[in-house]
Ligand binder design. Sequence first.
Ligand SMILES: Cc1cc2nc3c(=O)[nH]c(=O)nc-3n(C[C@H](O)[C@H](O)[C@H](O)COP(=O)(O)OP(=O)(O)OC[C@H]3O[C@@H](n4cnc5c(N)ncnc54)[C@H](O)[C@@H]3O)c2cc1C
Length: 402
Amino acid sequence: MTTTEAHTESFDAVVVGARVAGATLGIRLARAGWRVAVVDKATFPSDTLSTHILHPPGVAAMQRWGVLDGLAATNCPPIHTYAFDFGPIAISGTPGTTATPVAYCPRRTILDKILVDAAAEAGAEIREGFAVDEIVIEDGRVVGIKGHSKGGTAVTERAKVVIGADGRHSLVAEAVRPEQYNEKPPILAPYYTYWSGLPIDGTFDTYIRPMRGFAIAPTHDGLTLTVGGWPYAEFEANKKDVEVHFLKLFDAVPAIADRIRGAKRVAPIAGAPVSNFFRKPYGPGWALVGDAGYNKDPITAQGINDAFRDAEQVANALDQSFSGARSFDAAMGDYQRVRDEHSMAMYEFTCQLATLEPPPPEMQQMLGGILGNQKAMDGFAQMNAGTISPMEFGAVVGGAHD
Ligand SMILES: Cc1cc2nc3c(=O)[nH]c(=O)nc-3n(C[C@H](O)[C@H](O)[C@H](O)COP(=O)(O)OP(=O)(O)OC[C@H]3O[C@@H](n4cnc5c(N)ncnc54)[C@H](O)[C@@H]3O)c2cc1C
């Protein structure tokens, strides 16, 4: 091989990870006409350790990209109402907008496969069952990946940019060691499972009790997802008997405990605490998207929304950079700024909620104040869904009192 041949880039972008962040980036870059490979050690369809509330902004994104019909075709039940039961106060509202009124709770086996297929259809090269073992760095710049298919020999692929969409334990991040900021250790120990015979019609119900919380939502195949947890301080003590502690969660709400006793559990209990951080999402020849760049406790279920939004932003930034319209640093710097500005208030709200401590006095006062005011309760549901920001919700509450 001559030196020139050895350094030929096969791709404009190689994306490591093909789930909600990586497949979406594959769709967007391939549709823009760029040569993109999306690789994942998993094969699809397959599950991942995650529940799967897809708030209305995520639904709107899928609609924008023309992949929502694929989800509708799977008979995933729509969710039109979010209900929050804090014990003394219970409120409910609509999480979406007139254009996108509903949320869904699609199994990741189904959602991720829809996205991977759409990326392939758009022209991205998808390599399933391909593990990336090493990020290739030359003269301080990421220039490619080295990996292998199951049982195969090592392959190197070179690209203008390697994007880590490889989740919170990102190999790409490990290789490039980005600045990490606003870090918080794990706050909550979350677990989940599925039930038959626990029907729930069109609502996503959340119950918050002192140091305990759980939620219930309808998913595919007539099954119901339950997800709940306890403070991370109890993680070690409870981890030997997760099942007992998980089932005890429901005793805090006797009507639900009764219904659980009449239902059949159809899956093991899964879950894991996660740490909270932002990472600088770009540098010479590399970028991070989804959990690889910004991770937070799942209590507000923002991960898929955020992965979609960030993948769209990164695709736009790379399009500008590849086409020469803007420098890589300028375009990606904007991505980081927009991501952080958009996420910070929700990040703080999420980390506060994940403590499972009684709502602070000002929140209790706010909840009491909006009780019975449908517009403000819709605002609370929309804020939890990421449809409006905490600041916009503040304006809704202010307006409701005018
Ligand atoms: C318990 C729990 C519950 C959650 N519930 C929700 C919820 O209800 N709603 C919500 O929106 N979010 C939820 N989240 C968050 C959500 O799971 C994530 O935000 C989301 O999956 C991030 O997507 P991603 O594409 O960035 O990464 P991931 O979904 O983690 O995908 C990363 C992919 O990269 C691949 N990969 C990693 N390393 C390599 C390698 N070296 N070579 C090849 N492939 C590799 C992996 O195989 C994987 O497929 C939850 C998280 C947890 C832990």
